[in-house]
Design a protein around this ligand. Structure first.
Ligand code: GTP
Length: 598
């Protein structure tokens, strides 16, 4: 089989540099989607992605491009996420490609994730096509950006294409560049099937559908196939490509990207990174697969209605098919009942998962304060890994605690260097060094505890640098810190789900901030509710929610029944999102109040 007319490439970039917009233009120019059907961010198929204007999941589509040489080329294009939480999605996509289009915003230049994504593509030995986007904007400075690409990324910039995802200018040149710069796939069409699973999702009717890249051989419906790592076999129920709607084909040939209907109904049977082969004639070696993405941030997820516990477990299993980085284990809270301790790649990932669980599985959930994975060394010589403040042993049993540190990198204009250094110090970090990339930008490196970064570091970085800073980080090591558990008492009762692990030096400020914040969030009750922060037996802060004087009905003079009913309905609505903790009604957002303390 001839693969010379196939091009497989990912579109990679720093967040918001315009990958999804460029993908839309490509779909349009190749008539994959008729203009009248074109919605913006066509490949962001989840509601959350469209609403937030971000890509969370990679998405593979097939477009056919008639090039200037008169020949038709099949492009398999993978749009990838730009946010640092989802870097693993980018590496997964790159493993299926020969090339990458590296999009750089002509008004912003090279930013933190431009560097890390370009490195991923170079390490994967891909052909890189730089695309300098947003050239329609008056503030675009493409020549300077070209220089940055060359100097900071060591990518030859004479190949770069100037484009505007908005006006469509240059997109044709970009498609031509892809034809000439990206190598066609190679592989043996007659060898036993070897196909890498890039992604999968659960379909209620057809079972699990896997997105694959065929490296050798071919896949036809009806074939008996096998998952190499997990060992299960299945009868292929169909194959196809996304244009961007699912379009069945007779065969997925060597070098192609497409989907396979596995018919498998058990969520655990398909694993991203696994290799699909033939049952009768397996290939000798599996694809290298993926590094497991390790969760860094953990929260408790509890159904507001405890009857939804089993549904939550079921939902996590199904979501896991589509989001393999998710981990969970049962967690019990005195205040919130039965739930799960769930591990995420970062805060954005956590928000997205909670929202998907609520929307796609109709659950009502409470999330508790995010925590990292602490290593607690006990006086008896054992080490406990804990991800929940509740699991912290009694202080008398603790010898010392270690917490995860990150190596972080910020790219920022020189004017803001001082502000960033201050911010790093405020968050217990340490600036290591900095390098001038150009007159316009400095790259700063620092070490910082992950726990500090997940609270409000990013928002503050954005506001203190007027949005100019970009951030990237990776796990570094574990270091000893003086950490304590801050407990919160409502009306004298300790609420386990509100506890929080914090550095001792910050405990007082945090306790005060949290008590004040909770005072705003917790509505008035019929009695006074003291809110207290404590370390061990010692109360270190206090605020009070005053008692409510009148009940809602007092507002209706006399007997306006319908108005009365409306008010009661409204009150009920409000109650639904509340959780009774002892005698106190606590709204959902109180459990994440720690994220809102300034
Ligand atoms: P993530 O998927 O979240 O990483 O973002 P992205 O890189 O896909 O960026 P997206 O395509 O969502 O574009 C980000 C913003 O830039 C949107 O508001 C677009 O409308 C805008 N934008 C994209 N391309 C252009 C362009 O060529 N010119 C102008 N003026 N705006 C553009």
């Amino acid at each position: 089989t001839d693969t010379s007319h196939i091009r497989n490439f990912s579109i990679i970039a720093h967040i918001d540099h315009g990958k999804s917009t460029i993908s839309d233009r490509i779909l349009e120019l190749t008539h994959t989607v008729e203009e009248r059907d074109l919605e913006s961010q066509m490949l962001d198929s989840m509601d959350i992605e469209r609403e937030r204007g971000i890509t969370i999941k990679s998405n593979a589509v097939r477009v056919t491009y008639t090039a200037d040489d008169g020949q038709d080329y099949d492009f398999n294009l993978i749009d990838t996420p730009g946010h640092v939480d989802f870097t693993y999605e980018v590496s997964r996509s790159l493993a299926a490609c020969e090339g990458a289009v590296l999009v750089v915003d002509a008004t912003q230049g090279v930013e933190a994730q431009t560097v890390s994504n370009a490195n991923l593509a170079m390490n994967a030995d891909l052909d890189i096509v730089p695309a300098i986007n947003k050239i329609d904007l008056p503030s675009a400075h493409p020549e300077e950006v070209k220089r940055e690409i060359e100097e900071e990324l060591a990518i030859p910039a004479e190949d770069s294409v100037l484009v505007s995802g908005k006006t469509g200018e240059g997109i044709h040149d970009l498609l031509e560049a892809i034809v000439y710069l990206v190598s066609p796939p190679s592989g043996d069409a007659d060898a036993p099937l070897k196909a890498l699973i890039l992604d999968s999702y659960f379909d209620e009717y057809r079972g699990i559908i896997a997105t694959v890249r065929v490296f050798d051989g071919q896949i036809r419906p009806g074939a008996r196939l096998r998952m190499m790592a997990l060992g299960d076999t299945f009868l292929c129920d169909g194959v196809g490509v996304k244009r961007p709607l699912e379009t069945p084909v007779d065969v997925l040939g060597v070098g192609e990207v497409g989907y396979v209907v596995t018919g498998l109904k058990e969520p655990g049977l398909v694993k991203t990174g696994d290799t699909i082969t033939e049952d009768e004639r397996p290939c000798a070696e599996a694809c290298p697969g993926y590094h497991e993405a390790k969760p860094m941030v953990f929260t408790g997820l509890f159904p507001i209605d405890n009857k939804q516990y089993e549904n939550l477990r079921d939902a996590l299993e199904k979501l896991h098919v589509n989001d393999p980085s998710l981990t969970w284990e049962p967690e019990t809270s005195v205040a919130l009942g039965f739930g799960f301790r769930v591990g995420f790649l970062g805060l954005l990932h956590m928000e997205v998962v909670k929202e998907r669980l609520e929307r796609e599985f109709s659950l009502d959930l409470i999330a508790t304060s995010p925590s990292v994975n602490y290593h607690v060394y006990c006086t008896d010589g054992t080490m406990l890994q804990i991800t929940s403040p509740q699991d912290l042993p009694d202080v008398t049993r603790i010898d010392h605690i270690e917490e995860p540190y990150l190596k972080a990198k910020v790219i920022v204009p020189p004017d803001f260097m001082g502000a960033v250094m201050q911010l790093v110090v405020d968050h217990r970090g340490e600036t290591k060094d900095m390098v001038y990339l150009s007159e316009r930008s400095v790259e700063m490196h620092f070490d910082i505890p992950l726990a500090e970064l997940i609270l409000d570091f990013f928002d503050q970085l954005k506001s203190r640098t007027k949005g100019y800073a970009s951030l990237d980080y990776e796990f570094s090591d574990y270091r000893t810190s003086d950490l304590v558990r801050l407990d919160i008492l409502l009306a004298g009762e300790e609420v386990d789900a509100l506890s929080f692990i914090v550095h001792r030096d910050k405990a007082y400020d945090m306790a005060r901030g949290l008590c004040d914040k909770l005072k705003e969030i917790i509505p008035q009750q019929l009695f006074e509710v003291p809110i207290q922060g404590a370390i061990g037996n010692k109360i270190i802060s206090r605020s009070t929610v005053r008692a409510r004087r009148k009940d809602v009905l007092a507002k209706c003079y006399g007997g306006d029944i319908s108005r009365k009913r409306k008010l009661l309905e409204k009150q009920k609505e409000g109650k639904k999102r509340m959780k009774s903790i002892g005698r106190v009604e606590v709204p959902q957002e109180a459990f994440l109040a720690v994220l809102k303390v300034d």
